[in-house]
Design a protein. Structure first.
Length: 277
């Protein structure tokens, strides 16, 4: 991996991680169009440590409050009826599907799932599902009305994002709107839900990303650090922007963007400009 590749991919990761447009798809497509070789799923997972560090800092007070309430609630029954205690459990339980499927289908995720025909098609199909959720979802339920069912359904939606093109935030927010949650509620939960899975995935992928016999381009340690730091800085800035945006706008702009990008990639594949694998 060159320094240009590391910096560009770090920028792409930071700008796209929290938007419902699939950061993993963007890293895959950027690598194919500009650098000819895939950076690999491990590189994606490690750079996501940067964006998740942004989440940890941005939501530090919320995370501390949830963690503290959950620990106290393990032996103090009086706090088990609180929203914070329940939400902590919802995040834990909602994280199980992506951890399970990620472990079972690790090899497929790093190989077949990164085929650009699949990635581009997934971008388009899940854009249409997002549009359906935006149109039909009543978006009236707030965080106070969040239930275990919501956490489980949105947890499985997050697991689908193991396939590049689905989008972790997009899948979770789509499921949330179909459950009639407000955009803000679904988006905030998507941030919290990503923390356990992304952090663990990134940590376990660190050895793989430097394996020269493995998949994808091989960065040096300094390149990996710089890409992750860039992802952190841009990711932190995008969190506040996205929360403000979803409070006052629909998500149709992201739908149109996803369809346009997916269609462009299919055209490039058909023309032989880029290869699918």
């Amino acid at each position: 991996m060159t320094w240009v590749e590391a910096i560009v991919l770090g920028i792409v990761q930071g700008l796209t991680e929290f938007l419902p447009i699939s950061s993993s798809a963007h890293l895959r497509i950027t690598s194919a169009i500009f650098f000819e070789e895939d950076a690999g799923a491990s590189f994606t997972a490690v750079t996501q440590l940067g964006t998740e560090a942004a989440v940890l800092i941005y939501f530090a007070k919320d995370i501390y409050r949830l963690a503290k309430t959950w620990i106290v609630g393990l032996w103090d029954r009086s706090v088990r009826s609180t929203l914070d205690y329940r939400m902590a459990w919802y995040v834990i339980i909602g994280s199980i599907p992506i951890g399970l499927f990620g472990f079972l289908f690790k090899d497929q995720i790093r190989s077949a799932a990164r085929n650009l025909y699949l990635v581009s098609t997934t971008l388009i199909v899940f854009a249409l599902i997002l549009a359906f959720a935006e149109y039909w979802g009543r978006k009236v339920r707030t965080i106070e009305q969040f239930t275990l069912k919501d956490g489980v359904v949105m947890g499985f939606a997050q697991a689908m994002a193991l396939v590049p093109g689905v989008s972790r935030s997009g899948g979770v927010v789509t499921a949330g709107m179909l459950l009639n949650l407000t955009r803000e509620t679904a988006t905030r939960y998507s941030f919290l839900l990503a923390i356990p899975a992304v952090v663990m995935s990134g940590i376990f992928s660190i050895p793989d990303v430097f394996d020269k016999s493995g998949e994808g381009l091989t960065p040096s340690v300094p390149q990996m650090v710089v890409a992750t730091v860039i992802a952190f800085a841009l990711g932190y800035a995008s969190i506040a922007w996205l929360l403000r945006y979803v409070a006052h706008h629909t998500l149709y702009a992201f739908v149109l963007y996803r369809v346009a990008l997916g269609s462009l990639v299919l055209c490039l594949l058909a023309a032989g400009t880029i290869t699918a694998t």
